[in-house]
Design a binder for this molecule. Structure first.
Ligand SMILES: C[S@@+](CC[C@H](N)C(=O)[O-])C[C@H]1O[C@@H](n2cnc3c(N)ncnc32)[C@H](O)[C@@H]1O
Length: 252
């Protein structure tokens, strides 16, 4: 195992990423709750799209504490790397897992990545933090091994439009097509505010296209039947906010 620290100072970081220096432990706590959507919906669906990882190298960009990449290595993935800005990493990652503190907006500057290629590159709910999304995707594409693919997940933008239209007393369409930045306190920690750029589905699809990627498959995972019954409040949340998209992307 290796853990490297190669981060910028908070002042050098994009405003959207800065809150993660404090928020990371709260996110990990929320993620492990028995009714977390990551646990019930997102990770099982992401894992399903990844398929058999035996002997495959993985690069997890915006990896959180590195728990997901660690799990993949324990299931047979080859030597793999996680990169996150927070540096809030597992204290003892398994052998074959390297966790590096770094910025996904500037992948060329993450030294542990220079000259390496990976069979699977993951952006799991982290792509929205790229300052220049196309630049980041192109840098990731350049690190893909032959026959490799990128697994990228992103929140359905309608979720944010629903929340903002309720807050602002506006219509769904006005908020969906608004290009203004917006800020909100997440339930992970009500005292920390995240600031995001609004985006539409077209923005996302155009980013993939501009980075020379095509969508092999797309998925909008939902709660399994037993989880719907056990956690009706989560089904209610999904009915209103829709959830995430999962894209499997390959170089054109
Ligand atoms: C919603 S969490 C997702 C974590 C993990 N991928 C998962 O699926 O559980 C977003 C992650 O992106 C990381 N992040 C935010 N800005 C980043 C940046 N500029 N570079 C690298 N990681 C960043 C955060 O620290 C956080 O761990």
């Amino acid at each position: 195992m290796t853990i490297s620290d190669d981060a910028q100072t908070p002042d050098e970081l994009a405003e959207s990423s800065r809150p993660w220096l404090d928020l990371a432990p709260d996110y990990e706590r929320a993620r492990t709750k028995e009714d977390s959507l990551d646990r019930l919906v997102e990770w099982p669906a992401q894992r399903g799209v990844l398929g058999d990882v035996t002997g495959r190298s993985v690069l997890d960009l915006g990896c959180g504490n590195g728990g997901k990449v660690a799990e993949l290595v324990q299931e047979g993935a080859a030597a793999s790397v996680g990169v996150d800005i927070s540096g809030n990493f597992l204290s003892t990652p398994p052998p074959g897992v390297e966790l590096i503190r770094g910025d996904l907006s500037d992948l060329d500057a993450v030294p542990g990545l220079a000259g390496r290629t990976f069979d699977r590159i993951l952006f799991l709910q982290s792509f929205g933090y790229a300052q220049d999304p196309v630049r980041t995707l192109k840098a990731a594409r350049a690190m893909l091994a032959d026959d490799g693919f990128i697994l990228l997940t992103r929140t359905n933008p309608i979720r944010f439009a629903v929340e903002r239209s309720e807050q602002n007393g506006t219509s769904l369409g006005e908020e969906y097509f608004s290009t203004a930045e917006f800020s909100y306190a997440h339930s992970w920690n009500e005292n920390i505010t995240l600031t995001k750029r609004a985006y539409t589905m077209s923005d996302l699809l155009n980013d993939f296209s501009a980075a020379g990627l095509w969508i092999e498959s797309a998925l909008e995972p939902q709660l399994p039947e037993d989880a719907r019954r056990r956690y009706p409040h989560k089904q209610e949340w999904m009915n209103k906010h829709l959830g995430i998209f999962i894209f499997k992307l390959r170089p054109r």
